[in-house]
Design a protein around this ligand. Structure first.
Ligand code: PLP
Length: 387
């Protein structure tokens, strides 16, 4: 299988052919409940009628133009994201990694423009995941991702929620930026504390450090607010978004505060594909849905799911902790997480295993109460393998 594909992923054996809502169907006709959503991407589920309509309509008009020519939707998406985040201006990318790469470049230029050209390093957190291009990889903590590719950028990693360690790193290393995920995804669905998030904001102000929130996984509505940081009333200087923003089409964004809107000038950065009419039409479908009540659905379904997971915790000793917020949840297991993950897959429940011991649950925002009930039943059965 996959003879001519480079094996950077261990893929499941089934071949998936269609889906509807939060249910996927494989080639043998078996239905799978989708608690994975293409790794926190398919917010609108599968075959969402308004997305089909918008994308089909746009394919019939024009798919690609380049950033040298205008279409009506880039500005429309950027305006809506500015309204939703309270930030000012966006640069469009095709992925999360590229959005972070743009943020690293922006932060260095901010410092250069201030006459602080020596501020080229970065500070990030233990267990951080920001992507795998050279800059983003430098800020990703796991040694297994970094080791084959050094030397990387100078980055100091500090433990999550350790305000003193962060203060020391910012004062001693004078970085261009501090990057953090308000809820770490690949790091095991770990939410940073409100106190740490607020202290980080204050420390970045005091030390002239650019504060970058990577909300590629936890943002764009996944927790029931547009940004996860909005639960703690913290506004970053820069936020990076991707995964669900275009309902499954590839799109990322770096969105910056007003003072940084003019930092990148023509030629400083670019992308052939990014912000094209097709992905922007798709993004508007998602942004419309969030505006029209989907955030409330995320909160309601998130409560249902969390209550169900807590009930499972009472029945299965292997569950050490229920983690996360909204529809970004994790079950940290005492033992056997890999076996449980495999058994869930066999039973027809798609999840992912992250940080070695966490079953990550990031379903589509449009998941129904019934699909959640069914998923919880399958979790109950799958967890029996760990008892
Ligand atoms: N940042 C975070 C928090 C992520 O979860 C991911 C992907 O998992 C990335 C960055 C990289 O995004 P992409 O795979 O779209 O390049």
């Amino acid at each position: 299988m996959d003879e001519h594909v480079i094996h950077t992923y261990k893929r499941a054996p089934e071949v998936f052919v269609s889906g509807r809502g939060a249910t996927l169907v494989d080639r043998d006709g078996k239905e799978h409940i989708d608690f994975l959503a293409g790794i926190a991407v398919s917010a609108l589920g599968h075959a969402y009628p308004p997305l089909i309509e918008a994308v089909s309509d746009q394919v019939e008009r024009v798919v690609h133009l380049s950033n040298l020519l205008r279409h009506p939707y880039t500005e429309a998406v950027a305006t809506r994201v500015a309204e939703a985040t309270g930030l000012e201006a966006s640069f469009f990318t095709n992925s999360g990694t590229e959005a972070n790469e743009a943020a690293l470049k922006l932060a260095r230029k901010v410092q250069k423009d201030r006459g602080k050209g020596h501020r080229v390093a970065f500070v990030a957190l233990h267990a951080a995941f920001h992507g795998r291009s050279m800059g983003a990889l430098s800020c990703t903590h796991a040694e297994k991702y970094r080791k084959p590719f050094g030397p990387l950028f100078p980055v100091t990693f500090v433990p999550q929620d350790d305000v003193d360690a962060l203060a020391r790193a910012l004062r001693e290393t004078e970085p261009a930026a501090f990057l953090c995920e308000p809820i770490q995804g690949e790091g095991g669905v770990r939410e940073l504390s409100a106190e740490f998030m607020q202290a980080a904001r204050q420390l970045c102000d005091e030390t002239g450090t650019v504060l970058v929130h990577d909300e590629i996984q936890c943002g764009t509505g996944r927790t029931g607010r547009f940004l996860a940081s909005q639960w703690h009333d913290v506004q970053p200087d820069v936020v990076t978004l991707a995964k669900p923003i275009a309902g499954g089409l590839p799109m990322g964004m770096m969105t910056v505060r007003k003072e940084f809107a003019e930092v990148l000038q023509p030629g400083d950065h670019g992308s052939t594909f990014a912000g094209g009419p097709l992905v922007c039409r798709a993004a508007l479908v998602l942004l419309d849905a969030l505006r029209d009540g989907l955030l409330d659905d995320v909160q309601a379904r998130g409560r249902q799911l969390r209550d169900g997971l807590c009930a499972l915790q009472a029945r299965h000793a292997a569950i050490r902790e229920v983690r996360g917020r909204g529809l970004m949840l994790g079950l940290r297991l005492e033992r056997g997480a890999a076996d449980v993950h495999q058994e869930l897959h066999r039973l027809g429940l798609l999840t992912s295993l992250t940080a070695g011991d966490v079953i990550r649950i990031v379903p589509p925002y449009v998941i129904t109460a019934r699909e959640i009930e069914r998923g919880l039943e399958l979790l109950d059965r799958g967890l029996a393998t760990s008892n």
